[in-house]
Design a protein around this ligand. Structure first.
Ligand SMILES: N[C@@H](CCC(=O)N[C@@H](CSC=O)C(=O)NCC(=O)O)C(=O)O
Length: 286
């Protein structure tokens, strides 16, 4: 499977590898989409290379991780390619699509919307799983059998839910400050009402804690890693990692949930613990 109308926007040599940004025509979204791709030196030399996908949070783009997370040095050492999709469709022309930072543009929530007017283009789950991942692995000769997934905040929700909704696709999962139980927080209520409608029973299929609580055995027996700052202003109202922790305990899912005094929600926190996440994935994708 190839990506239609793939266009290189920019490329930057980086720790012996290359950080690139691309644009392509997405069939699932029905609009042009952008993504970032870090290729480590091993991939440039033609070696079989695993692919780690990072899902970013509200207001972010395909560039945020590459600029702010400080991951490329270690990804080059570990031989990990890193894919960074955008966080939503852009330019759909839906009235008010960019009026709120927690809904619409920059806030795709990594699901397929079922409600008009969003259902036409807001298909981020299908885009990532059915189109972007197969397209990128094929186009760049990466190892489609060694895929990892991680993310931050809304992207942490995306990482946990896509990993649970698509068993067997991803071999490793982690998250920074994920929205852990979106059916029980204002960001999730707002997004799910708009994208999925008023029937809250349909929301549970996109709630990491609800999905984990349904498991009869550990879906990721090799463990899930989550880091959470305790000075994060969104922790109590929006993130609720304790609910995912309880669901993991119920399902027998090994979880390392580390709580860090003094760290907030931003990319200084993410940078601080990035090396641990990259090692977590590299060990499981070896
Ligand atoms: N504009 C908002 C803050 C938005 C914000 O904090 N976004 C986070 C993700 S939040 C959950 O998904 C983020 O990653 N921002 C990018 C960054 O560079 O920090 C406000 O007014 O509070």
């Amino acid at each position: 499977m190839s990506l239609d109308n793939l266009e290189l926007i920019s490329e930057h040599a980086c720790f012996g590898g290359v950080q690139r940004f691309y644009k392509h025509s997405s069939a699932e979204i029905g609009l042009p989409m952008r993504f970032g791709l870090f290729l480590p030196p091993q991939a440039l030399a033609g070696q079989a290379t695993p692919l780690l996908t990072y899902l970013a949070g509200l207001t972010c783009t395909e560039e945020t991780f590459a600029i702010k997370a400080g991951a490329q040095r270690q990804a080059a050492e570990l031989g990990l390619a890193i894919l960074t999709p955008d966080t939503s469709p852009r330019g759909a022309g839906i009235t008010g699509e960019d009026h709120h930072w927690e809904f619409g543009v920059g806030a795709g929530f990594y699901l397929d919307a079922t409600e008009m007017p969003w259902s036409g283009h807001w298909c981020m789950e299908s885009y990532i799983v059915k189109e972007l991942l197969p397209g990128v692995t094929a186009q760049f000769g990466l190892d489609g059998q060694r895929l990892g997934l991680f993310g931050h905040s809304m992207g942490g929700h995306g990482a946990l839910t896509l990993a649970l909704r698509h068993p067997g696709v991803f071999k490793s999962v982690s998250a920074f400050a994920p929205i852990s139980a979106p059916t029980q927080c204002p960001w999730g209520h707002n997004a799910f009402t708009g994208y999925l409608g008023q029937d809250e029973s349909t929301w549970l299929a996109h709630d990491a804690s609800a999905l984990m609580a349904q498991q009869t055995s550990a879906p990721y027996a090799n463990g899930i890693l989550i880091d959470q700052g305790l000075a994060d202003k969104f922790l109590v109202e929006q993130l609720k990692p304790e609910l995912f922790e309880a669901a993991c305990a119920q399902a027998g899912q090994p979880l390392t949930l580390r709580r860090h005094a003094g760290y907030d929600h931003g990319y200084y926190f993410i940078q601080t613990f990035m090396a641990d996440h990259l090692r977590h994935h590299a060990e499981r994708l070896a």
